[in-house]
Design a protein around this ligand. Structure first.
Ligand code: FE2
Ligand code: FE2
Length: 185
């Protein structure tokens, strides 16, 4: 052994979520750059990532935030933003991805998700690192990663359809499947 430490060993739940925020920002900015089936595919990909990400935050991160002295109002505010985003996503899922209404609604959705991620990074993640020890945050990352790997947010691959949206399923169903995986982890 050379004694080179795997850098991933020290990565905690905040590092993990920061990486996902980067992926989410990237996918959100890609959606309107393409059209037709490709736009649907990228939109489905960002919905799937958001289902895993927001469920992980809700079930693993938020309980830790609430344990910090200043955490409850911060957790409440983030929870309210996530609920609002779910409602907008449900509206987007019923729109033609190439239509003008999708474009304007998606533009607002993207801004609010980016603002939400920024608020987590500014107001929530620092509380976790201030008030929890490193072990707790590394263990939380392990739980989050394991549950996300098990989260069957995609229906069975045999569930083929000519409608891409059907294959991915509605966001609410993705959330239910992700929640089941996190509860069992
Ligand atoms: Fe969030
Ligand atoms: Fe987040």
């Amino acid at each position: 052994m050379t004694g080179v430490r795997e850098t991933t060993d020290a990565r905690d739940v905040v590092d993990f979520l920061l990486d996902q925020h980067q992926q989410i920002r990237g996918l959100l900015s890609d959606v309107l750059d393409v059209r037709g089936p490709e736009r649907q595919r990228v939109f489905d990909e960002v919905r799937e990532l958001l289902a895993r990400h927001e469920t992980g935050e809700e079930m693993v991160l938020r309980p830790l935030t609430r344990k910090t002295p200043d955490g409850s109002p911060v957790a409440d505010a983030r929870f309210a933003e996530e609920n609002e985003a779910k409602k907008v996503l449900a509206r987007l899922e019923h729109l033609d991805v190439d239509g003008a209404e999708f474009e304007s609604t998606f533009t607002g959705f993207r801004l609010s998700v980016v603002d939400h991620a920024a608020a987590e990074e500014r107001d929530e993640f620092p509380l976790l690192r201030r008030d929890h020890d490193a072990d707790t945050l590394v263990r939380a990352r392990g739980r989050l990663e394991r549950a996300e790997k098990m989260a069957p947010t995609h229906p069975h691959p045999s569930a083929r359809s000519t409608t891409a949206n059907y294959v991915a399923g509605p966001f609410a169903a993705m959330l239910d499947r992700a929640r089941d995986a996190f509860s069992g982890s």
